[in-house]
Design a binder for this molecule. Sequence first.
Ligand SMILES: *Cc1c(COP(=O)(O)O)cnc(C)c1O
Length: 452
Amino acid sequence: MDDSKIFLPESEIPQAWYNINPDLPAPLQPPLNPATGEPLGPEDLAPIFPMALIEQEMSMEPWIDIPDDVMDVYKLWRPSPLHRAYRLEEHLDTPARIYYKNESVSPPGSHKPNTAVAQAYYNREEGVRRIVTETGAGQWGSALSFGCCVFGIEAEVYMVRISYDQKPYRRLLMQVWGADCYPSPSDRTEAGRSILAEDPDSPGSLGIAISEAVEKAAQDDEAKYALGSVLNHVLLHQTIVGLEALKQFEIADDYPDIVVGNVGGGSNFAGVCFPFVREKLAGRRDTQIIATEPTACPTLTRGIYHYDFGDTAELTPLLKMYTLGHKFIPAPIHAGGLRYHGDAPQLCLLVSQGVIEARALHQTDVFEAAVMWSRTEGHVPAPETAHGVRAAIDEALKCKETGEEKCILIGYSGHGHFDLAAYDNYLTGHLVDYELPQEKIDEAVADLPDVQ
Ligand SMILES: *Cc1c(COP(=O)(O)O)cnc(C)c1O
């Protein structure tokens, strides 16, 4: 039997991130100013992002060096292991080889610090004292708090009120790393105060929290804003995942026929798959790339490819993406990180060009896979992560039918240790499924801005 884990020495961590912009099979349509409909210039973004990240957002350089200070922090958990899921293979009795790239080993337990650390670094380099952001269940807030902590700057996090009250542990993690975390809506911003005036018991929403964070960052000369997914520079930082995996497959003398993972805004999936997409676009390898999403929020499989706002409050630039409409409110599935109405423009372009395919999965099927995985591989996946696991199991079962010996790579975005209430729901038979009726989608996309 070959090794169960393929480790890369620290000296072999890739020295540069991979920027897919110059390799895209069609030009990426730019973000637009929502007021004028004109493409955004760097000066439009300068009040809320540091210049280095704005440059990365628009860069056409294929490789961007990872700064030494970022590399030093990456080494707290990178390179992450590439595991072979032997016990699952045996349980399924499949001829397929299943691997997973384990991003759950980072301090906050997900892929998110790959970008949080980089963003905190560039902000500090430009003299920023404080980063303001929003968070839903707290994955991004905790990753950013960690990133700010290691670079000695302050983190101010607006956490959706209902999660703040119901899910205290990620909030406490933020506080352990020294961040200030406020329930949103708060009385600290115009946006928050106006919501509270109408509804003092508002449970909050990601849209409201974004409005609060952006308002704070724009008003404060020493502060900037940070986003944990969707934007090009975020996906860029995540490519460290797939670049390491490429080297690890070389050590294993293997190569994936299929790369599969979950998509919320698209950052962890882009991170693991873009280096393999590069090989595919260059004609060197033909890998099937499968993005998964919940049937309750089926952006890539049932959304419309159209310009839309990134947020409910219509404050952000317009992005060309698969969208269910910025007013769409998905059912309360446990994979909170997959409840975004749109997706990263780079990823959407590759889906629209047929380079990446997409699949929607039912919550109950996903948890069945998550429990099977936990009972064979031991690691308990986050509900988001379990989407990729489900699709990998489905592909491995197909191999069992056909006898094909495919090699499957799963992007394993995080652990589920803070999501055990969701597992409780499943194990006690209370988990429900959501299928989105077409009328709901038609209704939600009727509000799209009038820009192609
Ligand atoms: C945030 C999160 C996701 C979804 O976000 P992406 O930007 O699509 O990666 C998926 N898995 C985990 C564990 C997360 O924390």
